[in-house]
Design a protein around this ligand. Structure first.
Ligand code: HEM
Length: 121
């Protein structure tokens, strides 16, 4: 499940880049298609993340605080990605969302790789 989780958020980063690039260069229709695929990928991130949470109900203890922050940071990252894509679609600046994206993403990755115990199985 960690592999699916990592694959799905790496895919989200790629799709975000492609969607923003397409919108920026006026290619609204292909941009919209990539944006829709990006939204489907959000479901994959949530599903794989949710399944990983399941492991914590089966005996892992002592990480509740960090797990809660990790999940909030993950959801916050997804929200920021969606907002960046929307701003690109409307051709509006997304600076504040980019900042939030980087902060939330770094928190999610540091806690996921650095602190939480599951690791790549
Ligand atoms: C784009 C957003 C996200 C990023 C960048 C991200 C990043 C990561 C990373 C780097 C790991 C460590 C993988 C490993 O253990 O080898 C991880 C694990 C995990 N993620 Fe996410 N994640 C995101 C979204 C979410 C969401 C939305 C949830 C909850 C619904 C979630 C729940 C978890 C859980 C429970 C783990 C296992 C922690 C552990 O290693 O013990 N993540 N995530």
């Amino acid at each position: 499940m960690t592999h699916l989780h990592i694959t799905s958020w790496v895919l989200a980063l790629i799709l975000l880049g492609v969607a923003v690039w397409l919108y920026r260069f006026g290619k609204a229709k292909p941009g919209k298609i990539v944006h829709m695929i990006l939204r489907l990928d959000f479901l994959l991130i949530l599903y794989s993340g949710g399944s990983l949470i399941g492991n914590y109900f089966e005996g892992i203890s002592g990480f509740t605080g960090e797990l809660i922050i990790k999940v909030i940071a993950g959801i916050w990252t997804i929200a920021a990605i969606e907002m960046i894509a929307n701003k690109a679609k409307k051709r509006q600046p997304a600076r504040t969302w980019w900042i939030q994206f980087f902060i939330a993403f770094i928190i999610a990755v540091v806690l996921g790789f650095g602190r939480l115990p599951l690791g790549i199985m």
